[in-house]
Design a binder for this molecule. Structure first.
Ligand SMILES: [Zn+2]
Length: 268
């Protein structure tokens, strides 16, 4: 019975995975996520029902568009499988079980999934465009607020910390809109800070802090390696300070997902 449950959870994960790739493609291009029918970006062929099934459709079509035979990038397929595995790992980590019904674990699972939608989309879009999409961030804030309301009702934890986070978020939102009015530029720093506060609300403080520290440490190490490579290899062009082109949203999100899963297995 449990195997059956976990197969369903895996399929759910692959469906979300195919939604992430769709949303990461559409949101920055301002295409409607829900109403627009899925199509092949090469020949605009509208995808039929069987071409929309995650994982399997890729295998049946042999990784090609049915109409124009354009190759479909295998990363969609890989992402769907990874998303399915993430769902299974989280459910397993929360000890979700057919025989021991645990409402609290199921609600936590649901909130983690809602949170992961934000994190996956932020990571995907930031990786392509180095931009944290506002609409996704606002969605993350709504999820965070619902989570806080849930915690208030259940009153399991002290909500004092969460009130502080909310206040910080509101301040950042105000600063962000002010900055946009003044400079009409994208304000990446504020968006990254808001992302961190959303992380603090939805994952444990340890997970968020570790995500940031590990990412920054990794960036530091790669910088040192680059620097050493350049001093030993003078023939190469001088390495410019690449700090400003790091995709912090993408890097923090990726580390955050890995640590969120790791926490379920190694801390509890
Ligand atoms: Zn096509």
């Amino acid at each position: 019975m449990n195997t059956f449950l976990y197969i369903i959870i895996f399929i759910m994960g692959t469906l979300f995975g195919s939604f992430y790739t769709l949303a990461v493609y559409r949101i920055p291009r301002k295409i409607d996520i829900i109403r627009t029918h899925s199509f092949c970006p090469n020949c605009n062929h509208k995808l039929g029902f069987f071409e929309l099934i995650p994982v399997l459709s890729y295998l049946f079509l042999g990784g090609k568009c049915k109409q124009c035979k354009q190759k479909i990038r295998p990363r969609y397929f890989i992402l769907e499988i990874l998303s399915g595995l993430t769902f299974v790992l989280i459910a397993w980590g929360l000890k979700i079980n057919v025989y021991h019904f645990n409402l609290e674990a199921i609600i936590r699972f649901a909130f983690i999934i809602l949170y992961l939608v934000a994190i996956f989309l932020i990571a995907g879009i930031d990786k392509e465009y180095r931009k944290i999409e506002k609409s996704v961030l606002y969605y993350g804030i709504v999820v965070s607020c619902s989570y806080i309301i849930y915690l208030c009702i259940m009153a399991q934890t002290s909500i004092y910390r969460y009130v502080m986070y909310l206040v910080t978020l509101i301040i950042l939102l105000i600063l962000d809109s002010e900055k946009q009015i003044q400079e009409a530029k994208e304000s990446y720093l504020f968006e990254v800070l808001m992302l961190i506060v959303v992380m603090l609300i939805n994952t444990d403080m340890v997970v968020t802090v570790a995500s940031i520290l590990i990412t920054l440490l990794a960036i530091g190490i790669t910088k040192i390696i680059y620097y050493l490579k350049n001093t030993f290899n003078k023939a190469r062009k001088e390495h410019k300070d690449r700090m400003e082109i790091y995709k912090f949203g993408y890097l923090f999100s990726l580390t955050n997902i890995i640590l969120l899963i790791a926490e379920l297995y190694f801390i509890y």
